[in-house]
Design a protein around this ligand. Structure first.
Ligand SMILES: Nc1ncnc2c1ncn2[C@@H]1O[C@H](COP(=O)(O)OP(=O)(O)OP(=O)(O)O)[C@@H](O)[C@H]1O
Length: 320
């Protein structure tokens, strides 16, 4: 449904002579299948919004190719625009207008006659459960209510592809869960959803497939489960009884075949990447005992997407 190849965008800023160039998107290849929720995950400044705005025809790429819903982004942008909905970061509701009026206006902007636009607005009020406040000005809405209206506005013309930029940013847990349910409902009805997020849990729980980006380039792409299994392996943490021996313990363990990588964390514990935790744990204990290093604690963790990011970039996404 969306294909990109070598997609690029740079920004120049500063005065003449002292201008700097930021390669916001530095050659991105993405494949998004029809009917999936696809997430672009990355830290601040990774190039997520720039990518989304290019795919939504709001920003011209500097290079590369892309098709969206079967139309070439560069040569047939008007056709792309007819197939997509776009919800910007922070949304697009006006304080003085009601949600219903916004929905009618949006539908009319997509070329629907008045009666049809009103019918679409009424259907959206129903399906997004907006009736309680849809006829009040948007100014009084909660953050979660506004985001639901934003979603409804994004799909009132029934696009094949919906772009969402940081859809749950700033929402409380209950409002986030509600928005996730709405996004899943749209996907189940056949809409392809392309969203950006810097929340690991959102990428993991909501997205069918994700692309992790950093510095404008692709770090990894796949289903969250695949990425965690294939890239991060499993993680064993070990606390040694005498913390000053942690560096020596890391050296001993790095030499073990079952250990892919060992690092000493800031809290003095060892963090080990292994293929299979269950079989690695007895070997780890034996190796440490053999080196005369006593173990205080040992625990097996299921890998997270942050472990994937760490394995690929050497940094934690949560600290980026
Ligand atoms: N209009 C602009 N002029 C100059 N630099 C820009 C402009 N817009 C973005 N950038 C830079 O391009 C890079 C990518 O920005 P972008 O907004 O695409 O990242 P992002 O992953 O969406 O970040 P965030 O999560 O903070 O929204 C950043 O280094 C940013 O500072």
């Amino acid at each position: 449904m969306i294909e990109t190849s070598g997609l690029r965008k740079s920004y120049r800023s500063g005065r003449r002579g002292r201008s700097t160039t930021v390669d916001a998107v530095a050659g991105l290849d993405l494949h998004v299948a029809e009917g999936e929720i696809f997430g672009l995950l990355g830290p601040n400044g990774a190039g997520k919004t720039t990518t989304l705005r290019m795919l939504a025809t709001l920003l011209p790429p500097d290079g590369g190719e892309a098709t969206v819903a079967g139309a070439d982004l560069l040569t047939r942008p008007a056709e792309v625009r007819r197939s997509i909905g776009y919800v910007a970061q922070g949304g697009g509701t006006w304080d003085e207008v009601t949600a219903r009026e916004e929905l009618v206006l949006q539908a009319r902007m997509h070329g629907l006659p008045k009666a049809e636009a009103q019918a679409r607005a009424a259907a959206a009020v129903d399906s997004f459960d907006l009736a309680e406040y849809a006829d009040r000005p948007c100014r009084g809405y909660s953050g979660g209510q506004r985001r639901r209206v934003d979603l409804a506005l994004g799909v009132v013309h029934r696009p094949a592809v919906l772009f969402l930029d940081e859809p749950t940013s700033g929402l409380d847990p209950a409002a986030r869960a509600r928005l996730w349910a709405e996004v899943r409902r749209l996907r189940d009805a056949g809409t392809t959803v392309f969203l950006t997020t810097h929340y690991l849990d959102e990428a993991d729980a909501l997205c069918d497939r994700i692309a992790i980006v950093d510095g404008g380039t692709l770090v990894a792409e796949g289903t969250p489960a695949e990425l965690k299994r294939s890239i991060a392996g499993e993680v064993v943490t070990v606390g040694v009884a005498e913390p000053h021996l942690a560096p020596e313990a890391a050296e001993v363990l790095t030499a073990q075949e079952c250990v892919r990588a060992a690092e000493v964390r800031a809290d003095g514990a060892l963090r080990l990447s292994v293929d299979t935790g269950e079989s690695a744990m007895p070997q780890i204990m034996r190796a440490l005992a053999g080196a005369g290093i006593a173990t205080a604690t040992i625990a097996l963790h299921r890998p997270t997407l942050d472990d994937v990011f760490l394995a690929r970039t050497g940094r934690s996404l949560e600290e980026s």
